[in-house]
Design a protein around this ligand. Structure first.
Ligand code: AMP
Ligand code: MG
Length: 706
């Protein structure tokens, strides 16, 4: 087995000023070394500052060269400046309370003061993060309590196949780790935890059970009430597991040749681009004035000062060849114009005086140059001085930004087409008998509602720069309407003039007998549902599937079987928009090559775009209610404070009250989704949590006094 990578972050104001005063890093490194499974750890010291702690941890966990284990020491006590747990908690994707329990149990055997530490442990992406006390003694005790189990925990976090790892049974794992169930309370807990993680590990298998023929119950809409499911047969995945499924089943991006114009804004460049022309292509003047033959100052040649006949005039738009400049003459020249042959410098018009005009008075005849120290090359742009012919101007993974910089570079260097990753076409389909077009002038009757999801999802997708197709409404009855709408959009007939790559539907994924999406995908279209339930609020019934599809061939070539993606989002308006942001966007980002962009920038992880919405840490401005079981994506306004530089989150609902997924208005002013991990009670005012930014941050004068 290759050795695992560990990093130690010392959090201490004192040690950050005087690194020699730190004794803990040197005390921890030998404990890891003694296990024989770790590379020598990276060590860094930061002060008790939330931002610097988070930055150091993220550099280690989020970069291409990520670390398996990140240990932090210090700042876990009750003193005001102790804020390591507050810095680390929002970074953790999956908490590991078993490790915390194990460390506290071990320390309690030594001192009741163990109750005064507030450790945090858990996994961010693939890195295991553990906070330890600041004192060398406390840190050693805590690390020793869990150190034997860390390689196993790290390998699981990194995505090693948990099935194989467990094949030999828990006993063999214990033997390998050098622990046994009765060795210490900490390791017993760890043992239980690793068994449980069977069900949640990355080796999760896509749901299949509901399609087996001998089962009693069915998702077939024609099965009748006796055989219809009364609870969802789809396993409940965590958001992180659902995102992993999406990433795994989203195809690699496709490369196309695209003309250089505004349509490629937002595209990711698919191959390195080299200049087809030099910029400038000729020796050009950068001022209005007179082209001269400036003497080389080293060989005592005559100065440029004096009165000269004006031989010619050159404007910026001159094509063809120019007459060479004769010694003793000068040529009037405008900004950007090519210098005549022999000329090597330009004197600014401000440094000259008119001496005489031509007899008809229309042109200059002689001009006096007032300065004698013009050097060769002065006020001249040499050919290729901006961009050389053949120079690399863009790198695979670069993004064509809306600011116009990249388009300008391509345009000025003679590039007419560029290879980019194709942006996926996304179709949006609403489902439901109750839906009425939003602009239908009719008065609603009975249980009718306006189809608000389709315009809102389409506008969100367009704002992200993806081409969209409005697929209209598919009625629930007859059931074949949904099937036809989906087939047509895949084939590119009907409302979709050409085939879509991704279909987004809303409604019809809950537990009602008219919720037809899942059976239609599986039974009628032969698709595979990768998940049909996610432990989140709102958005629980979100469904993700792939449908096999044969691209129409030209008759000679064999038809290629591809798979198209279908995201079936819940019908409730807030759920639909939240899940579009959370699940569909990362997939579209991968399809349009942003994954390549991240890889290209992996040496600078803080610059590399992440797939999906940007994640930031925010301070809660009031209490937010927590769901006991599901992670909530609470719609909020995030403001950047001018007073203290922090980001603050305020609910778009009533302060301290939960948000209903059916509330259309909860997203109207929201620019962020605050991630509230499940728990009892409330997320408290002043707490730092993670938020996903959907829009730009608003400026404010927020200051929080708790
Ligand atoms: P369903 O999952 O189809 O049962 O939909 C759940 C609820 O979402 C419905 O009762 C509607 O109130 C709402 N809904 C479904 N589709 C839309 C839509 N296109 N626009 C607005 N609301 C919708
Ligand atoms: Mg419905």
């Amino acid at each position: 087995m290759d050795k695992l990578k560990a990093a130690i972050l010392i959090v201490s104001d004192t040690a950050s000023q005087d690194p020699a005063s730190d004794k803990t890093a040197n005390a921890l490194a030998p404990i890891l070394a003694a296990e024989g499974k770790w590379e020598p750890p990276a060590i860094k010291i930061v002060p008790d500052n939330v931002f610097q702690i988070q930055q150091a941890v993220c550099e280690w966990s989020d970069s291409a060269n990520w670390y398996n284990l990140i240990l932090l020491s210090g700042g876990t006590g009750f003193a005001i400046k102790d804020n390591t747990p507050e810095a680390v908690s929002p970074l953790i994707h999956r908490h590991a309370p078993g490790l915390v329990h194990g460390m506290i149990a071990a320390s309690l055997k030594v001192t009741p003061f163990a109750m005064m530490s507030r450790p945090v442990a858990g996994v961010r992406d693939k890195s295991l993060i553990i906070t330890l006390p600041g004192s060398p003694k406390g840190a050693i005790e805590n690390l020793e309590a869990v150190v034997k189990l860390l390689p196993h925990a790290c390998l699981q976090s990194a995505g090693a196949n948990s099935r194989n790892m467990h094949a030999a049974g828990v006993k063999s794992l214990e033997a390998e780790a050098g622990v046994s169930a009765d060795s210490s309370s900490g390791t017993q807990l760890q043992k239980k935890q690793s068994i449980c993680s069977h069900h949640h590990g990355p080796g999760h298998v896509a749901p299949k059970a509901h399609t087996s023929s001998n089962r009693q119950q069915s998702n077939d809409p024609s099965a009748g009430p006796n055989r219809r499911y009364r609870s969802s047969p789809y396993p409940m995945l965590s958001v992180e597991e659902a995102l992993m499924q999406i990433s795994e089943h989203t195809p690699e991006p496709i490369i196309v040749d695209a003309p250089v114009n505004t349509a490629i804004v937002g595209s990711v460049v698919a191959e390195d681009v080299y200049a087809a022309e030099s910029v400038p292509a000729y020796k050009a003047s950068i001022v209005d004035g007179y082209a001269v033959i400036a003497p080389d100052s080293s060989n005592n040649a005559p100065s440029t000062k004096g009165v000269f006949p004006v031989a010619s005039i050159t404007h910026a738009n001159v094509g063809g060849s120019l007459k060479p400049l004769q010694p003793g003459t000068i040529a009037r020249i405008t900004t950007g114009a090519p210098l005549p042959p022999n000329a090597n410098a330009v004197v600014m018009v401000e440094d000259t005086d008119l001496v005489s005009s031509t007899p008809d008075g229309t042109e200059e005849a002689t001009v006096e140059i007032l300065t004698g120290d013009i050097e060769p090359g002065e006020n001249v742009r040499e050919p290729g001085s901006d961009v050389r012919l053949g120079e690399k101007i863009l790198t695979r993974g670069d993004i064509i930004s809306p600011t116009g910089g990249e388009i300008g570079l391509l345009a000025s260097t003679g590039i007419r087409t560029v290879k980019v990753f194709r942006k996926p076409r996304v179709g949006v389909l609403s489902t439901g008998d109750e839906l009425v077009e939003h602009d239908d002038p009719c008065t609603l009757t009975g249980g009718q509602i306006r189809d608000s999801n389709r315009p809102s999802l389409l506008s969100c997708l367009s704002s992200w720069g993806f081409p969209t197709v409005d697929l209209g409404i598919a009625r629930d009855t007859p059931a074949s309407e949904l099937e036809h709408a989906l087939r047509d959009s895949l084939r590119g007939v009907g409302r979709a003039s050409s085939s879509v790559d991704v279909i987004v539907t809303t409604g019809g994924v809950s537990m009602g007998e008219l919720d037809l999406l899942k059976p239609t995908i599986e039974r009628t279209l032969g698709g595979t549902i990768h998940f049909g339930r996610v432990s989140m609020k709102p958005g629980k019934p979100t469904t993700f599937a792939t449908i096999p599809f044969k691209e129409a061939g030209d008759g000679n070539t064999q038809q290629e079987r591809k798979s198209k993606l279908i995201f079936s989002l819940p019908g409730n308006p807030a759920s639909a928009l939240v899940t579009l942001n959370l699940f569909v966007l990362p997939s579209l980002h991968k399809l349009c090559g942003l994954g390549e962009s991240s890889r290209a920038l992996s040496t600078k992880p803080w610059l590399a775009p992440q797939l999906g919405l940007p994640r930031v840490a925010v301070v809660l401005t009031h209490h937010f209610p927590l769901d006991p079981k599901r992670t909530e994506y609470h719609r909020a306004v995030v403001t950047g404070s001018r007073s203290d530089g922090r980001l603050y989150a305020t609910s778009t609902g009533v302060e301290g009250v939960g948000q209903r997924s059916s509330r259309v208005g909860s997203l109207a002013s929201a620019n962020a989704l605050v991630v509230l991990r499940p728990g009892r009670g409330v997320g408290i005012k002043g707490e730092i949590v993670e938020a996903l930014m959907m829009g730009s941050v608003y400026g404010s004068d927020t200051r929080l006094i708790c």
